[in-house]
Write a protein that binds this ligand. Structure first.
Ligand code: KG4
Ligand code: ZN
Length: 341
């Protein structure tokens, strides 16, 4: 039996979790800072780092309590080493290093994006390789080909905004609040998603890369043209037309994510799909992927919603790969805001 404590502080969630033998989540505690950043319409890095400092000790303590174990029952500490906000990352890395040094435990450096990919394996340990993994979050939108466990070849990324960032910006411009994804998903259920026809961004050079800033601009123009932004900013309930607008926007995002992923799968002859990251919480996206793979006799693996947005169970899950390979981090591990997968 192996137990790994995961620690995640790359953005605005302070999280700790204990995972036993790759798939048993003994605890997963996430302290969200949404309430702190909401007034600013986005994450303020300095505030995030300061709140991580306050939260990290109690959150690790709670994760151990809920798991019913002590530090001495652990076999390793896995921590997000990047990418992310440097001030935030440093809090988690420092905490992990201190615990590892004090308890003489191996330290495992995890790439946040690998954590998102591995979040799907917690409940779907039977995922087969090769697989194609789509990571869609607030900071990243990328497609990876995974020929075997622990190997990631990036085939596409976003050239501008991440998909989650597009949700957040569209919600902000319509005065709907932060984070945008959950608000838009909820409103869109009552909207006509064909009311607005948004273009499907294709790269002129034939690459599979994503681009969401054009779509965001198209939404902004439509909102300005129809006076929708003003409507909502005044504090009134969003009009039906504004709801139709966000529903159409959501459909456009879902369509491009699904199509591009299916195209990569066809090109690479892959039948296993992993969809992870905060945007993978979106029910419309989940449904669209399930439909698309069913048509082609493929399988899609979606993490449980609580493991899609930032959490530490996924960091511990990725940590298991490093642990099993004996891939330990040095005691002087540093955080890297731009760590590549
Ligand atoms: O993975 P995550 O927690 O953080 C990053 O690593 O970036 O993703 C957060 C992002 C935010 O942009 C948020 O708006 C989006 O995920 N998100 C959603 C939903 N829930 C969260 N987007 C669409 N639909 C949702 N239900
Ligand atoms: Zn994330």
């Amino acid at each position: 039996m192996t137990r790994i404590l995961g620690i995640e502080t790359s953005c605005d969630e302070t999280a700790a979790a204990v995972l036993e033998d790759r798939t048993r989540v003994l605890s997963s505690v996430v302290a969200s800072q949404i309430a702190i950043h909401r007034d600013y319409g986005g994450v303020v890095p300095e505030l995030a780092a300061r709140h991580h400092v306050e939260a990290i000790g109690p959150i690790v303590g709670r994760a151990l309590d809920e798991a019913g174990c002590a530090l001495d029952d652990l076999d390793a500490i896995a921590v997000t080493a990047g990418p992310g906000l440097i001030g935030s990352l440093l809090v988690g890395v420092s905490a992990a290093k201190a615990i590892a040094w004090q308890r003489r435990l191996p330290l495992l450096a995890v790439n946040h994006l690998e954590g998102h990919v591995r979040s799907a394996f917690i409940e779907h340990p039977d995922i087969e390789f090769p697989a194609v993994a789509l990571v869609v979050s607030g900071g990243h939108t990328a497609l990876y080909l995974c020929p075997e466990e622990g190997v990631y070849r990036r085939l596409a990324r976003t050239r501008d905004d991440a998909a989650g960032e597009a949700f957040d910006k569209v919600a902000k411009l319509l005065g709907l609040g932060y984070p945008g994804g959950p608000v838009i998903e909820r409103l869109a259920r009552g909207g006509d998603e064909r009311a607005f026809d948004f273009p499907h961004a294709q790269m002129k050079d034939g690459s599979l890369d994503f681009s969401f800033s054009g779509l965001k601009t198209a939404v902004r123009r439509a909102a300005a043209r129809e006076g929708l932004a003003a409507d909502v900013v005044s504090g009134a309930e969003p009009s039906q037309r504004a709801i139709d607008l966000v529903a159409s926007f959501q459909r456009a995002v879902v369509r491009v994510l699904v199509r591009r992923t299916m195209k990569v799968c066809a090109r690479e002859d892959v039948h296993e799909v992993i969809v992870s990251g905060g945007v993978a919480c979106n029910g419309r996206l989940r449904g669209a992927f399930e439909e698309a793979v069913a048509e082609h006799g493929m399988r899609v693996h979606l993490p449980a919603p609580r493991f899609t947005t930032d959490n530490a169970a996924m960091i511990a899950a990725a940590g298991f790969l490093h642990f099993d390979r004996g891939d330990f981090a040095p005691a002087d591990l540093n955080a890297d805001a731009n760590l590549r997968l």
